[in-house]
Design a protein. Structure first.
Length: 137
């Protein structure tokens, strides 16, 4: 676990099996002042959460080993309450409900737009700064 977060941002884990998406999102978030860790599989994401303790996880739904939705479920089952932003092209109502049950505070269309991700992250940082502890919305 980290002792302190960047004063202007916070800790964010970006998880996607497409390196170009991880690179684009992570670069934009670092530019905005966030401390960012990267992962490319569900297993890497689970390990990174334990090690890095991010406040927000930007998580692709469809990963090669463990689906992102399952990563969210496992984190909740282990007691983690990190905010989760799912990146997905899935738009059916049942997928939205499934994401909420797995801990999502928000979904973004995949490939994610950096502006949507930055907005979610900025909202989370502002919420943290005000002393409130709630999911990213």
């Amino acid at each position: 676990m980290h002792d302190t977060a960047n004063e202007t941002g916070g800790r964010i884990l970006v998880v996607d099996d497409e390196s170009s998406i991880v690179d684009a999102v992570a670069t934009a978030l670092r530019y905005e002042g966030f401390e960012v860790e990267e992962a490319y599989t569900g297993r890497e994401a689970l390990a990174a959460v334990a090690r890095f303790d991010p406040e927000l996880i930007v998580l692709d739904w469809m990963l090669p080993d463990i689906e992102g939705i399952e990563v969210g479920r496992r984190l909740r089952a282990r007691g983690h309450r990190n905010a989760i932003l799912f990146l997905t092209a899935k738009d059916a109502v049942e997928n939205k409900v499934e994401a909420l049950r797995a801990g999502a505070g928000r979904r973004a269309s995949s490939p994610a737009t950096c502006s949507a991700t930055r907005t979610s992250c900025s909202t989370r940082a502002a919420t943290r700064s005000s002393g409130a502890r709630r999911r990213c919305s």
